[in-house]
Design a protein around this ligand. Structure first.
Ligand code: WT7
Length: 688
C-alpha cells in the first residue's frame, strides 16, 4: 500500500552495555542523577508472566528502531494494517515541515476500532471499562461498574444520537467538563463516532478557564455533571458551567445546549430548553448509530495546555495517526495483550492528555480492560490505590512521580497491607522521577518483580516518545531511556547540531511521527514560533536534556516559562496575570521552586499598590484569587511581597535571581516582605 520514499541511512542506535542484575540495587538516597548507574534488566520471566513479549530484547529494539527511522512509511504501514480502515490510504506519509499527513486519503473511525471491532469479533461480552466510584457505602464498599464492549457500544451510540438530536454535526467542537465517570469516556467516543471534535476541560478548572477554552474553540454544546466527588466533597461542576455560560453570554457567545449527568445529586440551577438531563435525553435514544467515516486527518480533539504566554493553546490531534500511535505505544511500552488476563490502570484524570491517550484511545483498541477511578488517592484512607490494585487484580499500573512521592510520605504500611502480587508492569509520567522515588516504587509496589517504564511525552506528542519497552529495555532510575519506534530524538545546540554524550542541550525530534500535533487551534504563527523556529526544521519539545554514554536520555526540565507542578503543566505568566488582576497587586513575577511532593512548587513575588499593606490575610486572599482563575493547582506555595521586582537595565525581570531566592528559603520561615532586591542584585551582578 505504501510507497517507500528513498531511505536515508539508518541512524546508529547507541550501544547498550551488558547489564547488572536488579539484586545489585542499594537502598537509600542518591546524591546526584549524574552518578546514577544502577541498571535493572527485564528478564525472560517478566515476558513469560505477561504472556509473551512484543519486543523481547535490545537487539530486536535496535533493529526495529533503525528500520522505523530508515523506512517510516514501510514501518507504519505495517503497524496501521492491524487497525480497521473503511478505505485504504494512498500514501503513508506526506511531510512538508511542519505539516504532516499520515495515512493520506484513508478513512476510519477511532470509536469503531475501540468498540465495534471487538463486538463484531465476538468479544462484546468482555469488559472494556472497570469503573470505581469514590464514596464508600455504609458497608465499606464503593460502587464498581464493569462495562462490556457491547454495553459501551450501546451507550456510546445513544449518546451520539443525543448529540445529533441537539444539532451537533461533524466538525463541531463539543466541550466536556465532567468528573471521572464512565460517561466521560462514553461522551468522548460518542463525539468521535459522529465526527465532532471534543475539548475536554479538567474538572479541577474554575469558570474562567472554561470561558477561555469554549470561546477559543467556538463550542456551543457542553456536557457536564451536577458535581464530581473529590475527597468526600462535591466539586460543583454545573455551577461552574452556569457561571461560565453567563460570562460567555456577556461576550456574545451563546452556549446552546448543556447535557447534565446527575452524579452527586447536589442542588443545581436548571435552564429549561438549554439544559438536558443525560438520563432523559441519552436514555431515550436508539442504540443504533453508524460511525462517521473520518478522514485520517480529520480533527479528533482539541486539548488545551499551558505555554509561555498567558493564553492556553488548543493542541490539535487528528484521527488516523493518533489512533495508530497511541494504541501501538500502549501495546509496545506496557506490553499490553488482549486475552492474557491483563487489567490496566492509569491513575491520571482524563482532563489531561495522559487520560486521553492512555485511559481511553490507546488502551481500548488493545482490548484490555481500562480502570477508571473517580476520586482521590487518599480517600477515605491513604491506602485507597493499593486496595484497588488488589480488588481489581491490576496488572499494569501507571502513575506520576508526584503521586509516588506522596505515597512514600504516607508510609510503607499502606501498600504493605494489600496483595499487590497481580502487578506486572509499573509506569510513570509527567516529570523526571527522582531515583529515590523510583527505587521505592520498584521495591514497595513492584516487590522488585516489575519493570518500570518512565515514559517521556507531551500533550503535543500525543503518545510516548522516549520510553523503555517493558520486556526489552534495561532501565536506570531517573532516565526515560531510549526513543520509541519512529522517533528520531536528539539533544542539539541552537544550530541543530547534535551534542556529545553528557552535554545538556535542547531536546528535539527530527522526523515526523504519526501522533504529532497538527497545530495550535486558530494560531498558525504560534505553532510555528513555539515548536519549529528556534531550531530550524526540527520539533522543539521545550525541555532541556542530555544523553549519557549509553545513549539514554535524561530530561532536565523545561527551557521556557512553563513549570511542572505535580505533573501538571502551568505557564508562569498565567499565574502572573491572575495575580495582577487582584486589586491590591501592581506587579507580579512567578517562578518555580523545589518542592518535596509537587516536584516544582509556585513562588510568587508581588508588589502592592498604594493603600495595600502586606499581611497574611492578603496572602490568603491572593491564593484564593489565583485559584478562582486557574484552579487549586495554581495556588502559590510561597508569596513574597516586595517594593519592586528586580530588573535588568533593559527592564527584564531577573528570574534567575528570583528562582535562587525562592529555592533558598523555606516558605514557613518566610518573612512577609522581601525588602531589598537591589542589594541581592548588586551582590550577584546584573547578569540576566
Ligand atoms: C511535559 C509535558 C505527557 C503527559 C503528562 C504531561 C514533562 C512528561 C516526563 C518524563 C521527565 C516529563 C516534560 C514535558 N514530562 N513526562 N517521563 N520525564 N519529564 O504532559 O502537560 O503536556 O507536559 O512534562 O517537561 O515537556 P504535558
Amino acid at each position: 500500500m505504501a510507497n517507500a520514499t528513498p531511505a536515508p541511512p539508518p541512524d546508529p542506535v547507541p550501544y547498550i552495555p551488558p547489564m547488572s542484575s536488579p539484586a545489585a540495587s542499594p537502598n537509600g538516597n542518591v546524591e546526584s542523577l549524574l552518578k546514577e548507574d544502577r541498571v535493572f534488566a527485564p528478564s525472560a520471566a517478566h515476558a513469560a508472566a505477561l504472556g509473551g513479549a512484543f519486543c523481547a530484547s535490545m537487539d530486536e529494539y535496535r533493529a526495529r528502531h533503525a528500520r522505523s527511522i530508515a523506512d517510516p512509511e514501510g514501518f507504519w504501514g505495517e503497524v496501521a494494517a492491524d487497525f480497521e480502515w473503511f478505505t485504504p490510504w494512498t500514501r503513508v506519509l506526506e511531510w512538508s515541515a511542519p505539516d504532516a499527513k499520515w495515512f493520506v486519503g484513508a478513512t476510519t473511525n477511532i470509536c469503531h476500532n475501540a468498540l465495534d471491532r471487538h463486538v463484531l469479533d465476538g468479544h462484546g461480552h468482555e469488559v472494556g471499562i472497570i469503573w470505581e466510584g469514590e464514596p464508600k457505602g455504609a458497608n465499606g464498599t464503593p460502587e464498581v461498574k464493569h462495562l462490556s464492549y457491547g454495553e459501551l457500544l450501546d451507550e456510546v451510540s445513544r449518546c451520539a444520537n443525543a448529540l445529533k438530536s441537539l444539532g451537533v454535526k461533524k466538525g463541531d467542537v463539543v466541550t466536556l467538563y465532567m468528573g471521572m465517570v464512565p460517561e466521560l469516556a462514553i461522551a468522548m467516543l460518542a463525539c468521535a463516532r459522529i465526527g465532532a471534535a471534543h475539548s475536554v476541560i479538567f474538572g479541577g478548572f474554575p469558570a474562567p478557564s472554561i470561558v477561555d477554552r469554549v470561546l477559543d474553540a467556538s463550542s456551543r454544546v457542553i456536557v457536564t455533571c451536577d458535581g464530581a466527588w473529590r475527597r468526600g466533597q462535591v466539586v460543583p461542576l454545573k455551577k461552574n458551567v452556569d457561571e461560565a455560560i453567563a460570562l460567555l453570554a456577556a461576550q456574545n457567545h451563546t452556549v446552546e445546549h448543556c447535557i447534565v449527568l446527575h452524579r452527586t445529586k447536589n442542588e443545581i440551577a436548571w435552564t429549561a430548553g438549554r439544559d438536558h438531563a443525560w438520563h432523559e435525553l441519552v436514555g431515550a435514544q436508539s442504540a443504533e448509530c453508524a460511525c462517521e467515516a473520518m478522514d485520517s486527518e480529520d480533527l479528533l480533539f482539541l486539548l488545551y495546555t499551558s505555554g509561555s504566554t498567558g493564553k492556553p493553546k488548543g493542541i490539535r490531534h487528528t484521527t488516523g495517526g493518533y489512533m495508530v500511535y497511541t494504541a501501538y505505544t500502549a501495546q509496545q511500552t506496557f506490553n499490553l495483550r488482549a486475552g492474557a488476563g491483563h487489567v490496566y490502570w492509569c491513575t491520571a484524570d482524563i482532563g489531561w492528555v495522559t487520560g486521553h491517550s492512555y485511559i481511553v484511545y490507546g488502551i481500548m483498541p488493545n482490548r484490555v480492560p481500562t480502570v477508571m477511578y473517580e476520586g482521590a488517592p487518599n480517600w477515605p484512607a491513604d491506602d485507597r490505590f493499593w486496595e484497588m490494585v488488589a480488588r481489581h487484580r491490576v496488572t499494569h499500573f501507571y502513575t506520576a512521580p508526584t503521586a509516588i512521592r506522596a505515597f512514600m510520605k504516607w508510609g510503607d504500611e499502606h501498600p504493605a497491607k494489600h496483595d499487590l502480587s497481580s502487578l506486572k508492569v509499573l509506569g510513570t509520567v509527567g516529570e523526571p522521577i527522582n531515583p529515590e522515588a523510583w527505587i521505592w516504587y520498584h521495591e514497595k509496589i513492584g516487590h522488585a518483580q516489575c519493570p518500570i517504564v518512565d515514559t517521556f511525552w507531551q500533550t503535543e506528542t500525543g503518545g510516548h516518545v522516549i520510553t523503555p519497552l517493558a520486556c526489552a529495555t534495561p532501565t536506570v532510575p531517573g532516565s526515560c531511556t531510549l526513543p520509541f519506534f519512529g522517533i528520531d530524538a536528539a539533544v542539539v545546540d541552537e544550530n541543530g547540531h547534535e551534542l556529545p554524550a553528557n552535554t545538556g542541550g535542547l531536546l528535539v525530534i527530527r522526523k515526523p511521527w504519526p501522533s504529532m500535533l497538527r497545530g495550535i487551534h486558530g494560531d498558525r504563527q504560534r505553532f510555528i514560533d513555539t515548536y519549529w523556529s528556534r531550531v530550524a526544521g526540527m520539533y522543539l519539545a521545550g525541555d532541556g536534556a542530555r544523553r549519557d554514554d549509553r545513549g539514554y536520555f535524561w530530561i532536565m526540565g523545561r527551557i521556557d516559562d512553563v513549570i511542572n507542578v505535580s505533573g501538571h503543566r502551568l505557564g508562569t505568566m498565567e499565574v502572573e496575570s491572575a495575580l495582577v488582576s487582584h486589586e491590591a497587586v501592581v506587579e507580579a513575577a512567578v517562578v518555580g521552586m523545589p518542592h518535596d511532593i509537587k516536584g516544582t512548587g509556585i513562588a510568587a513575588f508581588v508588589s502592592l499598590g498604594p493603600g495595600h499593606a502586606p499581611s497574611e490575610a492578603l496572602k490568603a486572599s491572593l491564593r484564593e484569587h489565583v485559584s478562582g482563575f486557574l484552579g487549586p493547582i495554581a495556588k502559590p506555595d510561597m508569596i513574597r511581597f516586595t517594593q519592586a521586582l528586580p530588573k535588568t537595565r533593559s527592564g527584564k525581570i531577573m528570574r534567575r535571581l528570583l528562582r535562587d531566592v525562592a529555592a533558598g528559603r523555606d516558605s514557613k520561615q518566610d518573612t512577609t516582605t522581601l525588602e531589598d532586591f537591589n542589594v541581592l542584585a548588586a551582590l550577584r551582578g546584573n547578569d540576566e
